[in-house]
Unconditional design. Structure first.
Length: 263
């Protein structure tokens, strides 16, 4: 993302905070707030103005890809395994397939903990924005600025993380909201969009040919950790996931709703 203004005044770092900022953060899941302000967790910051504390919200390492138990990045225990999958779902913008979605649930067999994760893989195809609602109908590459998933009403103490892998970018911000880039008054820098108990958002920037020159076909894996008293369905539900192009570089503001796994 470009043309951003630094959030330092909002962070109001003390001398102790500055000293801590110089040291990399330990890879771990981060708790997002259930109420009050701020709504968004500051993870990477922005491309132009990075969070001086590195590694916030970022985990590294491999996760289980099947039913054989193993460890999960940033979490304790060795009994994590894939619980459900909703992989290779076509992402369609105005009739054109612009990518594919992988969507999974992992379960800790020793507890009632689950991790809901999703990522995007964009394809080298131009889409045409709908006429009458966008600045231009010239074919272009779709840019995903926000990745949302729902089903979290009544769930407290949610934790989030991302695993970057080969992606150019991770999560800039994350929190319990259904408002993304240019969908609330203080966007893009504001940390307080309207709160939603049902939704979790990850702000990112995924575009196979990004006008800001930082291009990558893949998003990071975005994770939500939640404790559930009842096992979730292993079947995808309509409109559980939303992807948003927020018009960062003047593109069409456009949303795509997808099937997804829910708590």
């Amino acid at each position: 993302m470009k043309n951003k203004q630094w959030l330092g005044a909002k962070l109001a770092l003390t001398s102790i905070g500055l000293a801590a900022a110089a040291m990399p953060a330990q890879a771990a899941f981060e708790t997002i707030t259930d109420s009050g302000t701020t709504v968004l967790k500051l993870c990477q910051g922005t491309e132009a103005n990075r969070n001086p504390t590195t590694g916030v919200c970022k985990v590294t390492g491999n996760f289980p890809t099947g039913s054989t138990p193993g460890t999960f990045p940033g979490l304790s225990g060795s009994n994590w395994a894939v619980y459900a999958t909703n992989n290779n779902q076509a992402v369609i913008a105005n009739g054109t397939t612009i990518g594919n979605l992988d969507d999974r649930i992992w379960r800790n067999g020793s507890t009632t903990e689950y991790v809901f994760g999703f990522r995007l893989q964009m394809v080298n195809t131009l889409w045409t924005p709908p006429s009458g609602t966008c600045p231009s109908t010239t074919p272009t590459y779709f840019e995903v600025n926000d990745m949302f998933r729902n089903g979290f009403t009544g769930r407290t103490g949610l934790q989030i993380a991302y695993r970057q892998g080969s992606a150019e970018e991770g999560a800039w911000f994350s929190g319990r909201t259904n408002q993304g880039l240019n969908e609330y008054a203080s966007s893009p820098e504001g940390l307080n969009p309207a709160r939603s108990a049902d939704w979790v958002n990850f702000r990112t920037d995924v575009n196979i040919d990004d006008p800001d020159s930082l291009s990558n076909a893949n998003s990071a894996w975005m994770f939500v950790r939640v404790t559930l008293s009842t096992a979730p369905s292993s079947s995808a539900v309509a409109n559980a996931i939303r992807l948003s192009e927020g018009g960062e570089e003047g593109q069409c503001k456009f949303s795509i709703n997808l099937n997804g796994l829910k708590p």
